[in-house]
Design a protein around this ligand. Sequence first.
Ligand code: SAM
Ligand code: MD0
Ligand code: SF4
Length: 350
Amino acid sequence: MFQKMANNELDKFGEKIIEGYRLSDDELRALLSLGSEEELEKLYYVARKVRDHFFGNRVFLNCFIYFSTYCKNQCTFCYYNCKNEIKRYRLTPEEVRDTCKVLKGLGFHMVDLTMGEDPYYHDEPGRFVEMVRTVKEELGLPIMVSPGVMDNSTLLELKRNGANFLALYQETYDRELYAKLRVGQSFDGRAGSRLFAKENGYCVEDGLLTGVGNDIESTITSLRGMEANNPDMVRVMTFLPQEGTPLADFQDSSNLSELKIIAVQRLMFPDRLIPASLDLEGIDGMVYRLNAGANIVTSILPPDSRLEGVANYDRELEERDRSITSVILRLESMGMEPASQADFEKILGC
Ligand code: SAM
Ligand code: MD0
Ligand code: SF4
């Protein structure tokens, strides 16, 4: 589709998107089928143009705190599924408070409190509400919660105590694939929780996995599914096989790269947040993701942290390089810079 387009035509296409043009299914199909480096570079070029129109060279920075790796679920793609015999941890309230103290003034726009569906919190949601209250008190920053599916009254209570964003990824809107990924979990329950949050004043993040057996048609179904719920942040992550899990040996044959999908998401969700996660390929990977149209870096860890990521490309590496200092240095080398907190609050609408 981009093959014969010169730069000025690509610019025009970008402008059309900025003015509100919605891509048809056929156009999505054509974009997701792109294969040659040259065409993909053109796609990323348009995605950057669109991103720059709304955000300039400014990037948001999200701090990741995986405070409990216990989980009662058995997602086939996930290292932390309850069947996997691994070492797990649950931070104490004091450890969470200490982490907050270290984070003060470092320049994060938001902190993401993530857990497995840990019964310790899911059976006593007041414990999680208390944690959110503490983090708000200590840091005063916007808070994203990624707790899995919690009941609606807990979501309201979390909101009253300082939660701003709910991250809850559907992974796919292809119900058949969903059943293979989130085994035993309700598709509608998950989607409904995100919807409830959105209707009750949260900003919400939805996300897709790619490289898990999704083909072009199922990816289009997923992108449309996300679009229907008007998310404030949209993500795609490449599935990284995890030792000890049912999909440990899964090999994907599609050419639906994360970068291609990030760029398509930028064209479908021009003014939304799109993450460049450090969890898949670190800071070098961040550069590619930003160059494909992303605008918020996620999975930045607290300094000297021994906390886990989710997919953890660096599990076997001796040195992890996931600090905000390294991220900012690299951004600057790309001619980008951290956005202001005021810009982020505008997105939150507060
Ligand atoms: N337990 C909560 C839940 O599942 O909603 C919170 C954790 S959630 C933010 C973890 C997300 O990381 C999953 O929704 C999935 O998109 C992603 N993820 C997990 N395992 C992964 C893997 N092996 N490769 C890539 N992404 C993965
Ligand atoms: C990331 N490990 O951004 C985090 C995680 C959860 N809200 C985010 C998937 O890669
Ligand atoms: Fe548990 Fe979340 Fe992993 Fe699923 S993705 S097994 S719910 S931590």
